[in-house]
Design a binder for this molecule. Structure first.
Ligand code: FAD
Length: 287
């Protein structure tokens, strides 16, 4: 099923997982999926490391298992910066054969250790290429606080409009910790004529290290309330975990009340946290 269709009937809840690290056996992800299955997500997406080729087959293998063994709609992430057109064609053939109908079309982060292949410059180039070469539901990434490389929010929205016009069917945001950024972004998108569903990406924070990495990587702002919470609990892992869950639930309740199209939960492959959040918001999804 094309995941964009689901928004016509309900608030969408999706989960994001990543393939196990190279040193871990692939089976560990199936234990995680066994537990996530009970949350009845509308779809589960599987990330893909843009830097090299190690996780290529893992993304396809896991997305295929989600769809065919777990009976849950799956989304395969596909960052294009280090791929040639022929490599993308091979991957599209693999997705088609596995019955994976949904692709999160990405550029990928520029890795100083790899010279980008020159076939795709932006995610919108990949969106057009997929449209020309297959019949897939295409999802795009978007950034409530603006993408870190873009000099201003106006250009970022213009570039997003180009990506949507190229054939993007739905959007998922980068994580954010202040919902006001999401509401302003949604308004800018609407003014720009971007009318596809926009899911809010929510990442529950479980430890200080994780959040420091995220801030460096994504450049998102931490609200005062959040920083106070981290300072108070940073040396108490259980309290920090529970405070992170409560913060994410609070964000989601506010987003649902403000009629968000859906929530995309960055699970960090942690079923305990995903289950706690689901238990707190499941009635809201049905309301
Ligand atoms: P683009 O849409 O191409 O945008 C990149 C930059 O280029 C932006 O600053 C944009 O404003 C600018 N731009 C776009 N078009 C133009 C144009 N025509 N002219 C000038 N400037 C332009 N990365 C991974 O490697 N693997 C993953 O699995 C992964 N999953 C992700 C999932 C989500 C939900 C999100 C939000 C991000 C994910 N990323 C992943 C990270 C993503 O690859 C990076 O954020 C990357 O830096 C940008 O990717 P993009 O697809 O948004 O790029």
């Amino acid at each position: 099923m094309r995941t964009a269709e689901i928004f016509k009937d309900k608030k969408v809840l999706s989960l994001e997982i990543f393939p196990p690290r190279r040193t871990a056996p692939i089976d560990t992800i199936y234990h995680t999926l066994d537990e996530l299955q009970g949350l009845n997500p509308d779809f589960i997406s599987v990330t893909y490391g843009a830097g090299g080729s190690e996780t290529n087959t893992a993304t396809l293998e896991i997305a295929s298992a989600i769809k065919n063994d777990y009976g849950i709609e799956s989304v395969a992430h596909l960052p294009c910066i280090n791929l040639t057109k022929n490599e993308v064609l091979d991957m599209l053939a693999g997705f088609k054969q596995a019955g994976v109908e949904n692709i999160l079309a990405l550029r990928g982060d520029i890795n100083p250790d790899f010279t980008p292949k020159q076939d795709f410059r932006y995610a919108s180039d990949l969106v057009s290429f997929i449209k020309e070469n297959g019949d897939f539901n295409i999802i795009g990434a978007c950034y409530p606080e603006g993408h870190s490389e873009c000099p201003n929010l106006v250009d970022d929205i213009r570039n997003l409009k180009t990506k949507v016009d190229a054939g993007t069917d739905q959007l998922i945001t980068q994580l954010f910790f202040d919902n006001n950024y999401f509401y302003s972004f949604r308004e800018r998108a609407s003014i720009a004529g971007i009318n596809v569903p926009i899911q809010a990406g929510i990442m529950p924070v479980v430890n200080k290290k994780q959040i420091e990495r995220m801030v460096t990587l994504c450049g998102v702002e931490l609200p005062k309330k959040f920083i106070t919470m981290m300072k108070r609990y940073e040396n108490n892992p259980i309290a920090m975990r529970d405070a992170g869950i409560a913060y994410a639930v609070d964000q989601i309740v506010d987003l649902m009340a403000q009629d968000v199209d859906g929530i995309h939960l960055y699970t960090m492959n942690n079923p305990y946290i995903a289950k706690k959040i689901y238990a707190a918001i499941s009635a809201l999804l049905a309301a």
